[in-house]
Design a protein around this ligand. Structure first.
Ligand code: SF4
Length: 361
């Protein structure tokens, strides 16, 4: 921890600003570690305004860890639907069960214990323990990295393990002994509301007197940009497979990408395949049957963080062979009204929306 006079002034200015300007957010009205944990997990990769209604619904459905530990996974995933990165929800539930079994139902206060829970890394452990129990542990997310890089004109962007380690060290040195939880939240709040990635609002900033990047005249240069990996493009065919008024859906394997979510069967197009050929092959491989394609329903384009999907959706009927799904946890024939009670990945969700709005199966 730094103790020089300037650092003490910076910390004081930041905490005073936080005390008067902090947003009134539902998870700031409690020191309950479970509530803080839920909010921190939801806020990873997601904007505050989006998180608020999800957080409220979640806390109404699972007000305690015990209720979460006992909840069916389908209900947990349904409440997370639209937030993406479903492993976060599954890990919350797994961690809640582990806490019931190994920690007498109480969120551990020991750093190593809390780190042993599924889905909790250094950032989340620091956030929960500092905010709920005022333990002097730093946090480092995108907002904190940006504020630190600008305040101290650092050339670090966290792109390498070494750079990340140095930023953690700066965050630790910057953290005061008193009110570390509020201090962590103050740095994050400044990054989220004032020290924005583009057009930081320096005239309104409580740290403007001390900020090295501002003095250099172009704060946006800090932190230096990370090299970008372009999103991979993939083409997929999917089947709305009908039998009478029922539609076939299957649950993805738990241990894969978007595990546990439901989907329409299909798969990735191979080189030189048409979307139709791809679908016939995939359904034969996945379900053991031949299909008859009735019509093309739509083409959906959807961007995930690391890839962009073009999804060709066909209405199909059973052809020959005996249905024998092999690459899913379970499967169902459902009416179109029932589709909304299952949780689908975002791109498949657009098919559900189409089917439920058009009421046609
Ligand atoms: S003065 Fe500007 S660049 Fe520096 S911390 Fe404040 S908002 Fe960010």
């Amino acid at each position: 921890m730094l103790k020089n006079k300037k650092t003490v002034k910076i910390r004081g200015a930041l905490l005073d600003w936080y005390d008067s300007e902090k947003r009134d957010l539902p998870w700031r009205q409690t020191r309950d570690p479970y509530s803080i944990w839920v909010s921190e997990i939801m806020l990873q990769q997601t904007q505050v305004q989006t998180v608020i209604p999800y957080y409220r619904r979640w806390m109404r459905a699972f007000p305690t860890l015990r209720r979460l530990a006992k909840a069916p996974e389908e209900k947990v995933l349904k409440l997370w639907e639209g937030l993406g990165y479903y492993s976060r929800a599954r890990n919350l539930k797994k961690a809640a069960q582990k806490i019931q079994q190994d920690f007498n139902g109480v969120v551990p206060e020991n750093y190593q214990d809390i780190l042993s829970l599924p889905g909790i890394g250094k950032y989340t452990a620091g956030a929960i323990l500092s905010i709920a129990h005022d333990q002097p542990l730093p946090v480092l997310d995108g907002n904190v990295k940006r504020v630190l890089a600008r305040l101290f004109a650092l050339k670090e962007n966290g792109a390498s393990g070494r750079s990340e380690k140095r930023l953690w060290q700066v965050a630790e040195d910057f953290l005061p002994d008193t009110r570390p939880g509020d201090f962590n939240q103050a740095v994050m709040e400044l990054g989220a509301t004032v020290c924005l990635p583009k057009n930081p609002m320096c005239p309104l900033c409580p740290l403007k007197k001390y900020c090295a990047a501002k003095k250099l005249g172009d704060p946006e240069r800090f932190p230096p940009p990370k090299p970008r990996t372009p999103a991979k493009k993939i083409e997929v065919s999917a089947a709305v497979l009908q039998r009478g008024k029922k539609i076939f859906i299957q649950q993805r394997l738990h241990d894969g990408l978007m595990g546990g979510l439901w989907e329409f069967p299909g798969g990735k197009r191979e080189k030189n395949e048409t979307p139709e050929d791809c679908l016939v092959r995939e359904i034969r491989e996945e379900l053991g049957i031949d299909i008859r394609i009735s019509e093309k329903l739509m083409v959906i384009k959807h961007s995930y963080t690391r890839f962009r999907v073009t999804l060709h959706v066909f209405r199909v009927r059973l052809g020959t062979g005996r249905l024998k799904p092999t690459q899913c946890e379970q499967w169902q024939w459902v009416n179109h009204e029932e589709l909304n009670s299952y949780t689908f990945p975002a791109a498949n969700g657009k098919i559900v929306k189409y089917l439920t709005q058009n009421g046609r199966v």
